[in-house]
Design a protein around this ligand. Structure first.
Ligand code: ZN
Length: 209
């Protein structure tokens, strides 16, 4: 997979996309990431995976990371651990089958909803975010770009959704801006590695700060 840069830029962020894959908008986002040699983490919903298999393969091809956003966007904090694990494992299996062997490790619980049980017993790291673009609500690239430019700093994990058309425009504008402003645009795992953070099972990570 392609490295984001030869020489690391002084700062780094992870861009993350939830709720996909979308066969319409995710490929457009991937084209922008490719253009700028940038990476992202895609937290996919299991029930969408089979129909988006080609999109997932392209994500891997470009050095992006695939991660787990439950099977059907359930509020995992309200479920038993047996059901939480089923939501994770069913999605992990679908990704593995769709991609010919890719193993997902990270979970982003829908709504960022995490129970005490999950913190004690869940056997994967959990990733939330430090910047919420509210793209699903605004559906307005200008507003989202303004928000990111105002809030971003080194180590942030930025939350977006690759199923919405305005998000495609936000990505087209914000990736070159981030690069011009000294940021490497990485996957969550790459950001954590860059920051010397070793992610542990059952722990929740909001940023690389
Ligand atoms: Zn979601």
């Amino acid at each position: 997979s392609a490295e984001p840069t030869q020489t690391p830029r002084p700062k780094a962020v992870a861009i993350t996309f939830d709720d996909g894959p979308s066969t319409v908008n995710t490929p457009k986002i991937l084209a922008t990431l490719k253009k700028y040699n940038a990476h992202a983490t895609f937290f996919v919903v299991g029930e969408r995976v089979a129909s988006g298999a080609d999109v997932l393969k392209q994500e891997i091809e470009q050095g992006c990371e695939i991660a787990n956003h439950s099977w059907d966007h359930a509020n995992l904090s309200k479920l038993s651990m047996k059901k939480v694990n089923k939501q994770f494992n069913k999605t992990a299996k679908a990704v593995k089958e769709a991609t010919g062997g890719y193993e997902v490790d990270l979970l982003r619980p829908p709504y960022g909803a995490i129970s005490d049980k999950m913190r004690k017993k869940f056997e994967h790291p959990m990733v939330i975010w430090s910047i919420d673009t509210l793209d699903w609500k605004y559906l307005n690239a200008k507003k989202e770009i303004k928000l990111i430019k105002k809030e971003v700093s080194d180590g942030d994990i930025i939350l977006m959704h690759d199923i919405h058309a305005p998000t495609v425009k936000t990505v087209e504008k914000i990736i070159p801006w981030l690069i011009e402003n000294g940021y490497d645009v990485l996957t969550v795992s790459e950001l954590m590695e860059r920051k010397g953070i070793k992610m542990k099972d059952g722990k929740v990570y909001a940023s690389g700060k």
